[in-house]
Design a protein around this ligand. Structure first.
Ligand SMILES: [Fe+2]
Length: 277
């Protein structure tokens, strides 16, 4: 893959001077009534709980299970409660978003996914470039496309041009004094030959001392690391529609904290009003 990549930047309209809450969802794999219902439960709960608080949602890919225009429409409908609650949703593509069953046909399906992501981001498709930087208060959230180039099975790569643009974006963000969160679909610590991020070593090397939080999905295995590879926190999400939980990150007294929020029967709608909670 040749050429150069430059990052595009979008300022999110969120109030406040400090980084907003960050909600991490991943691998929704929307495909049937169960996944759609569980995703709706997560979305409704997040919209209720964070409706009056500066908050954004990060989706680290595999939003749908296999490319299909109807599923993309359902994904858009699903997210409406968040937009109505002034909670922006930002997303990067997973292999299931760009390839049939996550495996083949990237050339055929990739455009459909990128169009959805562009519309979701409020940008016309030609303006959607990677990495993509979202700024809110003193946070720079940098989303990457780990489906660049030619990848067999469920492997991925960022590619050299994107990695260079990512390094520059991280550098610019730290010069502004921003907290830096980087998000991508593929798990940079997987060494499974059918799943791995091929340029993971190069990614982790470039993020060292330049990234406060790294978010990923893909393996459907939740995990967390602190102070590894010069990165303060690394969080891998599971498949949110299967686990029915999301990770809530918040910035407090100079550090990022996080907790899981599990949905259970007590949290089924109708939710209590703000005044009674
Ligand atoms: Fe995946």
């Amino acid at each position: 893959m040749g050429g150069t990549m430059t990052s595009s930047t979008l300022r999110l309209a969120l109030p406040g001077d400090s980084p907003p809450n960050v909600i991490h969802l991943s691998d929704l794999h929307l495909r049937d009534a169960t996944t759609l219902r569980n995703a709706q439960r997560l979305v409704d709960h997040i919209a209720w709980r964070f409706r009056n608080t500066p908050t954004l949602v990060v989706l680290t890919g595999d939003i749908i299970d296999t490319p299909d225009p109807g599923l993309w429409t359902q994904a858009e409908t699903l997210l409406r409660p968040l937009r109505a609650a002034n909670i922006p949703v930002v997303a990067c593509p997973g292999n299931h978003d760009v390839a049939w069953m996550g495996l083949v046909g990237r050339e055929r399906y990739r455009t459909m996914a990128l169009q959805w992501l562009a519309q979701s981001a409020g940008a016309p498709p030609p303006e959607l470039s990677w990495p993509r930087v979202y700024r809110a208060a003193s946070l720079s959230l940098i989303l990457c496309d780990s489906n660049q180039g030619h990848n067999k099975l469920a492997t991925g790569q960022l590619g050299y041009p994107q990695r260079m643009a990512l390094a520059l974006a991280c550098q610019s963000a730290s010069e502004r004094g921003d907290q830096v969160i980087v998000a991508l679909h593929h798990h940079p610590m997987s060494d499974d030959p059918s799943l791995r991020l091929k340029d993971a070593d190069a990614l982790l090397h470039l993020l060292s001392s330049r990234c406060d939080v790294l978010l990923c999905g893909h393996l459907h295995q939740a995990a967390a690391w602190s102070e590894v590879w010069g990165i303060r926190r690394v969080y891998a999400a599971d498949a949110s529609t299967r686990s029915l939980r999301y990770r809530h990150l918040w910035y407090d007294a100079g550090r990022w904290l996080s907790s899981w929020v599990h949905l259970n029967q007590a949290l089924l709608p109708p939710y209590p009003s703000a005044s009674s909670s």
